[in-house]
Design a protein around this ligand. Sequence first.
Ligand code: FAD
Length: 120
Amino acid sequence: FLPPKLFLETVEQAPVAISITDPAARILYVNQAFESLTGYHRDEVIGHNESMLSSRSTPIRIYQELWETIQARQVWQGTLVNHKKNKEEYLAELVISPVLTAKGEIGYYLGMHRDITAVH
Ligand code: FAD
């Protein structure tokens, strides 16, 4: 038995930027690492599409492949060019996975990313 408090404390303090969205990629939740990496407070991102992080220099075909993959209920992994609140660009190594409801429908998406700018 794992109480909700344990999940929340763990996800809040996970050393990777975590966001949970609705099926249209509107942000429902972000953790502390997401706030410190992007520079946005959670109140500034909740309700917005994840595209607010896009630096607009990632080729559209990458997004098409991303959506085809996650809508087919598979895990997508890749690198996107994001920007922070202060407009600084960074390379985001991202994993997006669908979260299914009991009925087997896509209820949420889980996004996890880290800044890999320094290793390139
Ligand atoms: P758009 O013109 O809106 O989309 C480009 C193409 O993507 C479209 O032609 C279409 O093929 C596809 N597409 C976009 N939205 C949908 C949709 N709702 N359903 C089906 N196909 C669609 N993007 C980032 O740039 N950085 C991130 O860190 C990031 N994290 C994400 C995390 C999660 C959990 C999810 C679900 C998505 C994330 N995205 C991220 C993708 C983001 O939601 C946008 O799709 C992307 O930024 C492109 O947005 P746009 O407005 O530039 O382009």
